[in-house]
Design a protein around this ligand. Structure first.
Ligand code: ADP
Ligand code: MG
Length: 263
């Protein structure tokens, strides 16, 4: 799956196989007669050390898919496995721990704590879990995202792109097995967006991280190893080694098919 051959990094745990597996995932919101089926039986695998993009029209279930995969939301049916653990078998406390220790989440709107510096934001998830992160580790993680010289800055003193990189550092701090990102470039200008995408790609190539990213931007999706297309809560297509052009073409095809079905 790696695009560029890089020397093996021995600090990366050599997990093989699937980081995340979804089996017939279903999520229904509300109750009758006002039910909304956000996911209607999605099965997919996110291989370890790979970068997957998820695309689809607004309301097609992308955020729901990501939140169920990350243990932020409970599915109505089907199964989610992270590193072989069936999330449905976990109680609330165990699910909270898994979310904290094994999963990183990056939001469109950064979700940083405004009163805390970059380094304090990065350390926060570890502190909340009762651990005392070493200054060296926090500084290493900020270095990974290129913000060593911004460690003491608060979010308001950082650009949008820098804030999102702090959020990525915060996600990395707990050494997660998988990083989920929901439209991570959606609030950024194109230059800052490019930096964030290049960073995510580099984390997969150079550290063997696993990234699953929702986006509606074909250029963003072209950074992934594979694109999954979602429509009305169902997987409707897949594209390997995507380019911005091939993604845009596939989206247009899917929209055409959708229109024809509707008429
Ligand atoms: P996307 O991220 O692709 O835009 P979502 O996963 O946010 O789609 O939403 C999928 C569908 O589920 C939409 O019809 C949306 O209105 C509905 N939905 C999402 N979250 C909720 C919720 N908390 N309560 C009720 N309906 C929801
Ligand atoms: Mg969404």
């Amino acid at each position: 799956m790696r695009r560029t051959a890089s020397p093996p990094d021995l600090t990366v745990p050599t997990t093989t196989g699937d980081a995340v597996r979804l089996v017939d995932l279903r999520r229904v919101y509300g109750s009758p007669p006002h039910e909304v089926a956000a996911l209607r039986g999605v099965s997919a695998v996110f291989p370890a050390h790979s970068f997957t993009a998820i695309m689809g029209p607004s309301g097609s279930g992308k955020s729901t898919l990501l939140q169920c995969s990350a243990g932020l939301d409970r599915p109505s049916g089907g199964q989610v496995f992270i590193g072989g653990v069936d999330l449905g078998e976990l109680g609330e406390g165990q699910l909270t721990e898994l979310r904290r220790d094994r999963v990183g989440f990056v939001f469109q709107s950064f979700n940083l704590v405004t009163a805390l510096s970059a380094e304090q934001n990065v350390a926060l998830p570890l502190r909340l879990s009762g651990r005392r992160p070493s200054a060296a580790w926090i500084s290493e993680v900020l270095g990974l995202v290129g913000l060593t010289d911004r460690a003491r800055h608060r979010p308001a003193e950082l650009s949008g792109g820098q804030q999102q990189r702090v959020a990525i550092a915060r996600a990395l701090a707990t050494r997660p097995e998988v990083i989920f990102a929901d439209e991570p470039t959606g609030a950024l200008d194109s230059r800052a967006g490019r930096e964030v995408l290049a960073l995510l790609r580099r984390l997969v190539n150079e550290r063997g991280d696993t990234v699953v990213m929702v986006t509606h931007d074909p250029f963003a999706a072209s950074h992934a190893d594979r694109v999954l297309f979602l429509s009305d809560g169902t997987l409707v297509g897949e594209l390997a080694s995507p380019s911005a052009q091939s993604v845009a073409a596939r989206l247009a095809e899917l929209e055409d098919a959708h229109r024809q079905e509707a008429t």
